[in-house]
Design a protein around this ligand. Structure first.
Ligand code: FES
Ligand code: FES
Length: 153
């Protein structure tokens, strides 16, 4: 048994220390907001925050997390997260939705470290999260709006 600092709470987990965080979340804790795409670190669908950084949870072993706080889509909150969610709705970003937890987690990590990212900053920060539906232009627009830089319609 070990403790995981998850979404602001201390949670007991029993998975093997080598288990990827993604499977601890989805299988042990039944938190399915974080998605499984490729499992090998190339699609970004499993992105969560470890500390302040966006990380692919399929590539993070439970034993490597230590005391670092983990935030998933279920625990993403605060004014910046609200601004992102509002902009996502306004811009109507979502298509099938599969990648969108990861997109929001990556966008949130971006605006925490850069509150007014340029379109280029956004493209650079978000490029690792694949969207098969091609929602990239709307994601970019929503992040610009959420950071007070885009036109609200
Ligand atoms: S499932 Fe983790 S990067 Fe694809
Ligand atoms: S909204 Fe369908 S994969 Fe991104």
């Amino acid at each position: 048994m070990r403790k995981l600092n998850l979404n602001g709470k201390s949670v007991e987990v029993h998975s093997d220390p080598d288990t990827p965080l993604l499977w601890v979340l989805r299988c042990e804790l039944k938190m399915t907001g974080t998605k499984f795409g490729c499992g090998v670190g190339v699609c970004g669908a499993c992105t969560v925050h470890v500390g302040k950084d966006a990380k692919t949870s399929c590539q993070e072993k439970l034993s490597d997390i230590g005391a670092n706080p983990v935030t998933t889509i279920e625990g993403l909150q605060g004014p910046q997260a609200r601004a992102l969610r509002d902009a996502w709705m306004r811009v109507d970003v979502v298509q099938c939705g599969y990648c969108q937890s990861a997109q929001l987690m990556a966008a949130s990590a971006l605006i925490q470290r850069n509150p007014t990212p340029s379109a280029k900053d956004i493209d650079c920060a978000m490029h690792g999260i694949i969207c098969r539906c091609g929602t990239y232009p709307r994601i970019r627009q929503a992040i610009l709006e959420a950071t007070g830089q885009g036109k609200r319609t």
